[in-house]
Every structure is written in structure tokens, then in C-alpha cells.
Design a protein around this ligand. Structure first.
Ligand SMILES: [Fe+2]
Length: 374
């Protein structure tokens, strides 16, 4: 028996204008809009606020989600939510404001320190209803039961996994992604590719998740280069947004693996873009897992490149794709040093994403993978 979780999904260009209508269906007293400085500057936060106000709703805003949302961001946001007597959260942006909004909700509802929720299934009291308005293709925080919050004191990223974190509604408007620059387009797209790869070979995958993972890798191979090259290519943007949503539904229901455990650890330790780390680790993690998932990697290769020839060619093709996208740097290029590997591995082996990997990965394996990806 398998269960498949998903929020209600509204997909299509122009859907951002419908946020107010959907929010007012919930009859909130006041809405907390969670966003960040970049998304506000791009104009999307303002568009959502206008839609909410046009539907007669009262708003409170919190724009202080960091690129790697941290405990302090969540604490301040939860205080704003409670002080302003809000009862609905609308997150606008990519993974950062959405993860921050999820954590604000569970902290405000329970009154507990957000650090307490780290790991699997530790959330007991559901947060308020959450509507996401997505403006980047990649993280899939808008469909997932994950929230990743940085603990700056502990210099680590905490992964909180709980089905109560699946948003109630996500509004996915591909037109919003035209404001992503070439690098953000590339790395969020490669993160989505990593979601599809890890979830497809995960021990918790199932026929319900295979479809989404395979279709995601196909769409990414076909559309990521065009979306990078021409930000205004709406066809490619729309297909990338779909691919990202498919990959998100796959990993939300099948889990991830060592690539994410290791990339989360880098994101917590360095503040470097976690997607760049995910991109640098992809081929090395495939190499490590290959003996336990040969058949599945072949199927991913067929879906992505049209034919299957095995581990060597798959890794070469992915390397070629990264080079074409200008995303072929190793971990050193994003500021990771060899001296960090010990500490990074310590955090990675405690990340719940490791639990569903088909090949058990211990501390020594993780250290070796970091070494190879330098
Ligand atoms: Fe990811």
C-alpha cells in the first residue's frame, strides 16, 4: 500500500492573480505574507499583496527570510504572526521564504523552539493554513513535506520532515520565473534534476512516484538549456516549472538520498548556494549508488537522453550537460575547503535524507564523496 501526498495545485500563466480569491475562500482574519527582499524587488510580493487586498483581506508582511532561512528569521516571523493576530500564511518566492513560512507556522501554533522539530515526524500541532506562490523552479518546497532551516549557532542546516508541512495550496505561475537570472535558472533546474534522480532510486519509491521522476528528467534535459539561454522563453519556463513540480511530487513521496544530506550540510556550514553543491555532487553520488541501482539508472538515462548505455556514458552525458550550462565547478569553486570535510560529514550523516538511500552510506563513504567532488 502506498499513500501519495500533494497540496492542491493551481498551475498556469496568470494564476498569481487568483491568490486573493483562493485566500478569501478561507475567510482569514489577517494574512501574514512571508517573502524576501529579492522577491519583493522583482515585484511579485507586491502583485500578491494587491491580489489579496483586492479580495478585501487584511495583511501583515514579513520580508526577512534569508537566502538560507535561519532560526532567527523564523522566531521574528512567528512573533509577527502572533502579534498581528494572523490566521493564514501566504509565502511568496522560492524555497527560502516557503521553508521559513512553514517553520513560522509550526512554531507559532505550538509555541515551541523550531530546533525541536528537526528530523522525521516531530511536528504534532499543525500550523495555520499555508498558501504558496512559487517564483522559482527547483526547490519544490511548495509541494513538499520538508523545511530546511539553518541553525547558525550550530553551523548546520536542520531538515524538518513531516506531512503536516505540505502546504494546503500552491499557485504555480511560470511567468514569475522570467525574473530568475541564468545561474539561478541553471542551479534550481539542476536541483530539480537531483530530486528526480534521488527519489527514483530511493528505497521508498513506488509506481506512483516513478512516473513523476521519469517525466521530470525528460523535461529538464529538453528545456533547461533553452530556459538558461533565453529567460523570456515562456515555453521552456513553463516546462521547467512542470518538471520541478513533478520532481517535487516524486521526492515528497519517495524521499531523497546522500546528495541532499551532503548539500544541506554544505548550505548550513558555508551559506554557499546549496543548489550549486547539489549540482557538484550529482555524478559522484550516482557512481557510489550505481552497484545498487544499475537498472534504475538505465531507465533514468533512457528518459533523459533517449538511450541507455550504462554508468560511464550516463556520467559523461551529465558532465557534458553541466559544462554546457556553465555549471561544472567542483565544491572547491563554491568555497568548500578540504579541512571542512570532517565537520561537513558529521552533519551529513545525521540528515534524515540518508535513510532512504539504496546503498547504506556511512561516515567514511560520505567523506570520500566530498573528497571526490572537490
Ligand atoms: Fe534539493
Amino acid at each position: 500500500m502506498r499513500k501519495f501526498i500533494s497540496p492542491e495545485i493551481i498551475f498556469g500563466s496568470g494564476s498569481i492573480e487568483l491568490v486573493g480569491q483562493h485566500a478569501s475562500n478561507l475567510s482569514p482574519r489577517r494574512v501574514l505574507v512571508v517573502s524576501d527582499a529579492g522577491v519583493r524587488e522583482a515585484g511579485w510580493t507586491g502583485s500578491v499583496e494587491a491580489s489579496l487586498r483586492n479580495s478585501g483581506l487584511d495583511l501583515s508582511t514579513y520580508d526577512r527570510a534569508s537566502a538560507n532561512p535561519c532560526v532567527e528569521d523564523v522566531v521574528r516571523g512567528a512573533r509577527r504572526y502572533l502579534d498581528d493576530a494572523c490566521d493564514l500564511v501566504v509565502a511568496v518566492g522560492g524555497g527560502s521564504p516557503i521553508d521559513c513560512a512553514k517553520a513560522i507556522g509550526i512554531m507559532a501554533a505550538s509555541g515551541m523552539d523550531v530546533r525541536w522539530f528537526e528530523g522525521m515526524d516531530r511536528v504534532r500541532v499543525p500550523g495555520p493554513p499555508l498558501i504558496c506562490v512559487l517564483t522559482t523552479a527547483g526547490s519544490s518546497a511548495d509541494v513538499s513535506p520538508f523545511a530546511v532551516i539553518t541553525d547558525r549557532e550550530g553551523r548546520k542546516k536542520m531538515t524538518i520532515i513531516n506531512r503536516l508541512l505540505v502546504p494546503d495550496l500552491t499557485v504555480i505561475d511560470p511567468a514569475t520565473t522570467v525574473t530568475m537570472d541564468a545561474d539561478l535558472t541553471t542551479y534550481t533546474g539542476m536541483d530539480a534534476l537531483a530530486h528526480a534522480f534521488e527519489s527514483y532510486i530511493s528505497n521508498a519509491s513506488s509506481p506512483l512516484t516513478y512516473l513523476f521522476a521519469l517525466e521530470a528528467v525528460k523535461l529538464i534535459a529538453e528545456n533547461l538549456p533553452s530556459a538558461r539561454q533565453d529567460p523570456k522563453d515562456m515555453g521552456a519556463r513553463e516546462q521547467m516549472m512542470l518538471a520541478s513540480t513533478y520532481a517535487g511530487l516524486a521526492f515528497s513521496n519517495a524521499g531523497l538520498g546522500p546528495l541532499h544530506a551532503m548539500a544541506h550540510s554544505i548550505g548550513g556550514f558555508h551559506d554557499a548556494m546549496y543548489q550549486q553543491a547539489a549540482c557538484a555532487l550529482l555524478e559522484h553520488v550516482i557512481e557510489f549508488n550505481h552497484p545498487c541501482a544499475e537498472e534504475r539508472y538505465l531507465r533514468l538515462e533512457v528518459a533523459m537522453f533517449g538511450s541507455a548505455r550504462g554508468k560511464g556514458p550516463l556520467i559523461d552525458l551529465l558532465g557534458e550537460l553541466r559544462r554546457d550550462l556553465g555549471a561544472d565547478g567542483g565544491l572547491e569553486s563554491i568555497g568548500v575547503r578540504r579541512g571542512d570535510i570532517h565537520r561537513l560529514s558529521e552533519n551529513a550523516i545525521h540528515d534524515p535524507c540518508l535513510a532512504t538511500n539504496p546503498r547504506p552510506a556511512g561516515r567514511k563513504d560520505v567523506e570520500e564523496l566530498y573528497e571526490r567532488a572537490m
